[in-house]
Ligand binder design. Structure first.
Ligand SMILES: NC(=O)c1ccc[n+]([C@@H]2O[C@H](COP(=O)([O-])OP(=O)(O)OC[C@H]3O[C@@H](n4cnc5c(N)ncnc54)[C@H](OP(=O)(O)O)[C@@H]3O)[C@@H](O)[C@H]2O)c1
Length: 293
């Protein structure tokens, strides 16, 4: 299952997994965009096994409905928590649940989704949860005492802090899964710097403006397309070389911002135990959901 599978890295991860014969649940908030993306994949992989599930990850009600629907389908082998707000609002906004919108989308919603789907993941031996981290985790002064940025909102901090939270959450989830003797593993991967202007045009899926294509060409030495950006994510969900690794397991491009996937070093704050507990507790408070406590 991939959240935000209709565009960007989620689309390319779905296509690459479909090419390997995987059956993929595409969880998308806009059904038309989801259908367009599924058709684009079927045009390239005629026998692709794709299922669309509605999911607005910024709404806890929508998350609960998606959990109910997916739980009736039987075991889940892997979950890629990809959906994300990358272009964040200039001023602080709240989700339908009254949570800071960027954190609600990038972290709290995925926390609730993973908590709800853990039973169906655990039906598959060695199932995998992959969250989407970011290089921005090293580039911001976090305010973890203010997880919803009531006092310290800026568009950049909202993004980078949400990525610190979701990256730390993957590593803490993995620790707690191991402690509970679960065979499910949680990992994190980041796509470097992967931009739409350097990505193949696919009508309805990737239609960059001429300005974005120009910007993409200017940034060629230190960027890549989103199809390459999907490689570390696909590797994180499929590669079994790391199965006995005590973690944290983090993948990213060999050239930091671009290139083939390899093991990467996560930002120190995302492997800090105090920060991890603060971040986990913030999600419990925000969502009212506790698991693996
Ligand atoms: N691109 C990079 O260089 C980069 C670097 C580091 C990390 N990442 C991470 O990689 C992930 C994907 O990024 P991207 O570059 O592929 O971004 P993108 O092209 O903007 O795609 C984001 C996807 O998330 C979906 N989404 C956003 N809000 C949602 C919600 N509330 N519910 C359900 N789906 C939602 C979007 O759906 P709609 O089409 O409906 O908006 C879209 O499918 C993000 O988590 C991002 O933080 C990206």
């Amino acid at each position: 299952m991939i959240t935000g599978a209709n565009g960007g890295i989620g689309f390319w991860s779905t296509l690459q997994l479909a090419r390997r014969g995987a059956e993929v649940i595409m969880a998308c908030r806009n059904p038309e965009k989801g259908e367009t993306a599924a058709q684009a994949i079927r045009a390239r992989v005629p026998h692709a096994r794709l299922h669309l599930v509605p999911l607005d990850v910024a709404s806890l009600n929508s998350v609960a409905q998606a959990v109910d629907e997916i739980s009736t389908r039987g075991p889940l082998d892997g979950l890629i928590a990809n959906a994300g707000m990358v272009h964040t609002p200039r001023t602080r906004k709240e989700s339908v649940d009254g949570l800071e919108l960027v954190a609600a989308t990038n972290y709290f919603g995925h926390y609730a989704l993973i908590a709800g789907l853990l039973p169906v993941l655990e039906e598959t031996p060695a199932a995998r949860v992959v969250t989407l981290g970011s290089l921005s985790t090293s580039l911001v002064r976090a305010r973890l005492e203010d997880p919803q940025l009531v006092k310290h909102y800026s568009p950049w901090r909202a993004y980078a802090q949400s990525k610190i939270m979701v990256q730390s959450f993957a590593f803490e989830l993995d620790r707690r899964l191991r402690l509970s003797q679960s065979s499910t593993r949680a990992l994190c991967a980041h796509p470097g710097y992967s931009i739409s202007g350097r990505t193949q045009i696919i009508d309805g899926v990737n239609n960059p403006s001429p300005a974005k294509v120009l910007a993409g060409n200017l940034q060629r030495p230190f960027s890549q397309g989103k199809s390459q950006g999907a490689w570390p994510i696909v590797r994180a969900v499929l590669d079994t070389d790391d199965v006995d690794d005590p973690g944290p397991v983090f993948y990213g491009p060999r050239g930091l911002v671009r290139g083939v996937p390899r093991r990467a070093t996560p930002a120190a704050i995302t492997t800090d135990r105090w920060a991890a507990n603060t971040i986990w507790n913030a999600a419990e408070t925000a969502t009212g959901i506790s698991f693996l406590g």
